[in-house]
Design a protein around this ligand. Structure first.
Ligand code: BMA
Length: 322
């Protein structure tokens, strides 16, 4: 039986390229007993349904990642206890906190990347076959770094990861880089991919940007949703854009949205622990049906879902490129 991804047609009267799920948020802040908030989280097809890794901050505001399962990608059952890591390709590495997970299937297993607290934020890596046992590997980079996103296949024989070098706080800068590894342990060949924009060109992404969802291979190249940030007089505002990276050399940005695709505009994006945040971390797509569903954290409090037609997002990105 063909697995349906979550989907709703574009609302009548809307001309927007992407639109929100009418029942958002799909995961509320108190979906498990210990949680203060559940947001920036990742999902992936698994067996007959879906699995996910969720960022749940508890009521002491300790950040951790939790596994969860769903039949339909909308109704989730999230474990009440965080993921316990075992040794992967190295000895156990300290992890003061874990947040903002991404999940990628490569070859034979599911890889998790997240922001790992190791003398400050950097990129943690683990793998699992079943979302029950998880094996933690070497951190990809030195601190400080965030938003590590793996490509779903090797590129020129190597694992490839986007990331965003940062600082120890609420980083006021940030560009996306790509790094390669032969073995998921040693990372190098770091190259610049895309930068925050000049204010006068596209101000919603002028302070910093970060990779969001796992890139999806399309006829035009790798389609990736990212967040862009503007520093306003009221703090940071996080919006969502799309980029298309070259298939063979993904450090080459073919197209990138000058206007945003989604910006905080409905109550669960405008109101929460951190107002004005849309933070994409995953997609589910049906390439044949030309459908994509984007999972994003809203206002650092809940998880929400948005939809679009892949062909329309690509056409829009090409026609409105920076
Ligand atoms: C970033 C990260 C994200 C968060 C965002 C907005 O620095 O901490 O987890 O969603 O800020 O607060």
């Amino acid at each position: 039986m063909k697995k349906e991804i979550p989907w709703q047609e574009r609302p009548k009267g809307s001309t927007d390229v992407m639109w929100r799920y009418s029942e958002n948020p799909i995961i509320k802040r108190d979906a498990i007993p210990s949680s203060n908030s559940i947001f920036n989280s990742a999902v992936i097809p698994y067996k007959d349904g879906y699995a996910g890794v969720f960022r749940c901050d508890n009521k002491a505001i300790q950040m951790n990642i939790f596994a969860g399962f769903s039949d339909d990608g909308i109704n989730w059952s999230i474990n009440h206890d965080p993921i316990i890591m075992q040794e992967g390709n190295t000895e156990m590495i300290a992890s003061d906190y874990k947040y903002d997970p991404r999940v990628t299937f490569i070859e034979d297993r599911y890889w998790i990347t997240w922001c790992n607290g190791y003398h400050g934020p950097t990129i943690g890596i683990a793998y699992t076959y079943d979302f029950k046992e998880f094996f933690q590997c070497e951190n990809a980079f030195l601190p400080f770094n965030r938003n590590g996103v793996l490509f779903p296949e090797k590129i020129n024989g190597k694992y490839a990861m986007l990331s965003r070098p940062s600082d120890n706080g609420h980083t006021p800068f940030g560009d996306i880089f790509i790094s390669y590894s032969p073995d998921m342990k040693y990372w190098g060949e770091h190259r610049s991919v895309m930068k925050a924009t000049p204010f006068e060109d596209s101000a919603w992404q002028c302070t910093k940007i970060g990779a969001g969802s796992v890139p999806v291979l399309t006829e035009e190249g790798w389609l990736m949703f990212y967040h862009g940030v503007i520093h306003t007089c009221n703090g940071f505002r996080y919006a969502l854009g799309a980029a298309i990276l070259d298939k063979k050399s993904p450090d080459i940005v073919k197209y990138r949205t000058k206007p945003y695709l989604l910006t905080p505009s409905v109550v669960y994006e405008l109101v929460g622990d951190v107002p004005n945040v849309i933070f994409p971390c995953a997609t589910l797509q049906d390439i044949k049906e030309d459908k994509i569903a984007v999972y994003y954290g809203a206002a650092d409090t809940v998880v929400a879902l948005a939809f679009g037609r892949i062909s329309e997002i690509i056409a829009f990105t090409k026609e409105n490129t920076l």
